[in-house]
Design a protein around this ligand. Structure first.
Ligand SMILES: Nc1ncnc2c1ncn2[C@@H]1O[C@H](COP(=O)(O)OP(=O)(O)OP(=O)(O)O)[C@@H](O)[C@H]1O
Ligand SMILES: [Mg+2]
Length: 616
C-alpha cells in the first residue's frame, strides 16, 4: 500500500479480527429469535450427528456381518439388510435436517437483516443535517445494503457452519479415539503441519481480502459518482478519461482478486495432499494392524471416512475467517452509525406551539457550520406575522443559512431564534417544521404520483384539496396535460419534469400543507418569462396571509416585499423597502442597477461581482 489515496481508502476498513463487544451486540439481534435459534441449533446438531453416524454403520456392517465367516449365511445377510436400512434412515434424517436447518438459519438471518436495516434507516432519519454533510451518500448506502448483508453472511454461512464444523470435528475425533487411539494419533500426525499452513494462509488471505473490500468500495464510489454526474461527464467529454480511471481501479481490483485466488489455489490442494497423506498413513499403519488382527477391518474403513469428514471443517475454518473478518468490519460500521447521536435534539419538555401566528425573530445570532468559521455574525431580524421579508445578497452571504437556523436544521452558536416568542430549541422539531414550508430552487420530487408529491406529508389528504392546491398555484393545467394527470408517475427525482414544472408542483405542495410560515429559496431563478408570470401570481396566492421569507436572485420578484434585507459576508448591511433602499444608494441600489442594465442589454448572462443575479 503506497500513496495517499491508498491509505485514505483503506481507513474505511482497518479493524481486524474478532471483537467480542461487537459480536455480543450483533447477537442481541439474533437472540430476538430465540425460538428459531433453538430450533436451528437442534437441527444442526441432528444433521451433523447423522453425518457422523453413517461411517459407524458401515463399520458395524463390515465387522459384525461381512467379515464374519463363522456366522450362518442367513444371519449375515439379514444383518447387512437391516444395517443398510438403518443407513438409509440415517441418510434420510441427514437430508431432511439439513434442509430444515438451512431454512431456519436463513429465516433468522433474513429477519435479523430486516431489523438491522430498519434500525439503521430509522436512525439515519433522526440524525442532524450536519452528519449528512460530513458523510457521503454512497457510504451511507452501503451501511444499509452490503454491510448488513455481510453480517447476514456471517450468521448463515459463517457462525452456524462453524458451529456445525466444530460438532463434526469433535464428534469424529471422539469416535476415532474411542475406536482406536493409536490409529487416531497416526491419522492426525499431519495435524501440526496443517495448523501451521492454515495460519499462514489465514494471515495472507485475510490481508488480501481486506484490501479487496476497500478496492471494491473505491470502485463502487467511483461508479456512483460517474452515474450521478453523467451529464457533466458527457458535456465535458470526460468519457475516455473517466473510463481510463475506472479501468485502472478495475485492474487493481482484478490483480487483488487474482492474488487472493493464488493463496486459495495453493492452500486447498495442500489440504487435499494432507488429507491424502492422512489416509495413506491410516492404510499403512492400520492395514498392518488389521493383518496382525489387532483391529477389526470395519474400524479401518470407518477411519478413512472419519478422516475425510474431519478435514472438511479444517479446510473451512480457514475460509470462514474471512467471512468473520468482513462481518466484523461491517458490524463496526453499522453500529458506528447506530451510535451516532443527533446533534439537534428535542428538549425534554417541549413548549407547545399552539395557534402559531408566524412571528419570527433572530436575536443577535452568530452561527458557524464548522467551529471557528462563523458564517453569520450578530444577525438581528424581526419578521411580524404575515409580513413578507426578502433576503438578498451575493452568493455565500448566508441567506440559506438563515433559513437553516429557522427550521432548526442547525443550531445557533450565539443568540436565539424565536418563532412566536418560543426559542426554536425549546419546541419539538416536528412541531416547528409542521408550521413551515420551504420551496427550494432544486425541487425534490419523490417516486410516486404527482398527487402523492403534492400531498407529501399527509396521506389522508383528499383529492379535492390536492387539486385545489394545484389550481391555486396554476399547476393544474400542466398536470392535467400529463398522461395520467394527477396520477402520472414521477420517476428519478422528477427528472422528466422541467424546472418550472417542478417548481409549480412544489408550490402546490406548500399550499396544500398550509403552513403559517413559508420560505422560498431562489424560487424563481431559472424560469422563462411566461412561467415566471405564472409563478409570480402563484407566489402571491401562496404568500397571502402568511409570514414569508423570500430569497431571490431576481430583484424583480421581491420588489413588493414589505422589507428587503441585504446580507453581505454574513452581516445585515441594509434593510428597508424597495424604494427606501434605492434611495439609500447602497449595495441594493447597485445590485438593482446591475440587473436592470443587464436585463436591458444582455439577457441571459450572469451579473458580475460574484453576485448571483437574474439569469434571464
Ligand atoms: N453544510 C455546510 N457546511 C459548511 N459550510 C457551509 C455549509 N453550507 C454553507 N456553508 C458556507 O456558509 C456560507 C453561507 O452559505 P449560504 O448557503 O448561507 O449562502 P447563500 O447566501 O445562501 O448563497 P447562495 O446565494 O449561493 O445560495 C458559505 O460561505 C458556505 O460556504
Ligand atoms: Mg443559498
Amino acid at each position: 500500500m503506497k500513496g495517499l489515496t491508498h491509505t485514505a481508502f483503506m481507513e474505511e476498513d482497518v479493524k481486524r479480527g474478532f471483537d467480542p463487544r461487537l459480536a455480543r451486540r450483533f447477537f442481541g439481534y439474533v437472540l430476538r429469535y430465540r425460538g428459531l435459534l433453538f430450533g436451528a441449533t437442534g437441527l444442526l446438531f441432528l444433521f451433523r450427528v447423522s453425518a457422523i453416524a453413517a461411517p459407524f454403520l458401515t463399520k458395524l456392517a463390515v465387522d459384525l456381518y461381512m467379515n464374519r465367516p463363522d456366522l450362518p449365511f442367513g444371519q449375515r445377510l439379514s444383518g447387512i439388510h437391516w444395517l443398510a436400512f438403518a443407513f438409509m434412515g440415517v441418510m434420510a434424517v441427514k437430508i431432511v435436517t439439513h434442509y430444515c436447518e438451512t431454512l431456519t438459519t436463513q429465516t433468522i438471518g433474513q429477519r435479523v437483516m430486516r431489523d438491522l436495516r430498519m434500525d439503521v434507516f430509522r436512525h439515519l432519519q433522526t440524525l442532524s443535517l450536519s452528519y449528512f454533510s460530513r458523510n457521503p451518500v454512497g457510504r451511507l448506502m452501503t451501511r444499509v445494503t452490503s454491510d448488513v448483508s455481510a453480517l447476514n453472511e456471517m450468521l448463515t454461512s459463517g457462525v452456524v457452519a462453524l458451529a456445525g464444523d466444530l460438532v463434526t470435528l469433535v464428534a469424529a475425533v471422539g469416535i476415532m479415539l474411542w475406536l482406536d487411539w493409536r490409529l487416531t494419533i497416526v491419522a492426525f500426525a499431519v495435524a501440526p503441519v496443517m495448523l501451521v499452513a492454515s495460519r499462514i494462509f489465514r494471515h495472507y488471505a485475510s490481508h488480501i481480502h481486506r484490501v479487496a473490500r476497500a478496492k471494491i468500495a473505491r470502485l463502487a464510489a467511483y461508479l456512483s459518482e460517474n452515474l450521478a454526474g453523467m451529464k457533466i461527464v458527457q458535456l465535458f467529454r470526460r468519457e475516455r478519461e473517466n473510463a481510463r480511471r475506472f479501468d485502472e481501479y478495475g485492474r487493481d481490483l482484478y490483480n487483488t482478486h487474482l492474488r487472493a485466488t493464488f493463496y486459495s489455489a495453493v492452500f486447498f490442494p495442500f489440504v487435499d495432499v494432507m488429507r491424502a497423506s492422512a489416509v495413506a498413513l491410516i492404510v499403512w499403519y492400520g492395514g498392518g494392524r488389521v493383518v496382525q488382527d489387532a483391529i477389526p477391518l470395519g474400524t479401518l474403513i470407518a477411519f478413512i471416512s472419519y478422516v475425510e469428514l474431519s478435514f472438511q471443517p479444517l479446510r473451512e475454518l480457514a475460509e470462514k475467517y474471512n467471512v468473520l473478518q468482513s462481518a466484523m468490519a461491517a458490524a463496526e460500521k453499522i453500529f458506528g452509525v447506530l451510535d451516532e447521536k443527533p446533534e439537534i435534539t428535542d428538549p425534554a419538555q417541549p413548549a407547545a406551539l399552539a395557534d402559531v401566528k408566524g412571528g419570527i425573530e433572530f436575536e443577535n445570532v452568530t452561527f458557524a457550520y464548522d467551529p471557528g468559521n462563523d458564517v453569520l455574525h450578530d444577525i438581528s431580524l424581526r419578521v411580524k406575522p404575515g409580513e413578507m421579508v426578502a433576503l438578498v445578497g451575493p452568493t455565500g452571504s448566508g441567506k440559506t443559512s438563515i433559513v437553516n437556523l429557522l427550521c432548526r436544521f442547525w443550531d445557533v452558536r450565539l443568540g436565539r431564534v424565536l418563532v412566536d416568542g418560543h426559542d426554536v430549541r425549546q419546541v419539538a422539531q416536528r412541531d416547528l417544521r409542521r408550521r413551515i414550508a420551504i420551496v427550494l430552487q432544486d425541487v425534490f420530487l419523490f417516486t410516486g404520483t404527482v398527487a402523492e408529491n403534492i400531498a407529501m406529508g399527509d396521506r389522508a389528504m383528499s383529492r379535492e384539496r390536492i387539486e385545489a392546491a394545484a389550481k391555486a398555484v396554476h399547476a393544474d393545467a400542466f398536470i392535467r396535460s400529463l398522461p395520467g394527470g394527477y396520477d402520472a408517475r414521477v420517476s428519478e427525482r422528477g427528472s422528466t419534469f422541467s424546472a418550472g414544472q417542478r417548481q409549480l408542483i412544489a408550490f402546490a405542495r406548500a399550499w396544500a400543507a398550509d403552513p403559517r410560515i413559508i420560505i422560498l429559496d431562489e424560487a424563481t431563478s431559472n424560469i422563462d418569462t411566461e412561467t415566471e408570470l405564472l409563478i409570480q401570481d402563484a407566489m402571491r396566492t401562496l404568500l397571502a396571509g402568511r409570514t414569508s421569507i423570500v430569497i431571490a436572485h431576481r430583484l424583480s420578484t421581491i420588489q413588493r416585499a414589505d422589507r428587503i434585507v441585504v446580507l453581505h459576508h454574513g452581516k445585515i448591511i441594509e434593510q428597508g423597502s424597495h424604494a427606501e433602499l434605492l434611495g439609500a444608494k447602497g449595495m441594493y441600489a447597485k445590485l438593482h442597477e446591475l440587473q436592470f442594465e443587464e436585463g436591458e442589454s444582455r439577457e441571459g448572462t450572469t451579473a458580475g461581482e460574484g453576485v448571483t443575479a437574474g439569469r434571464g
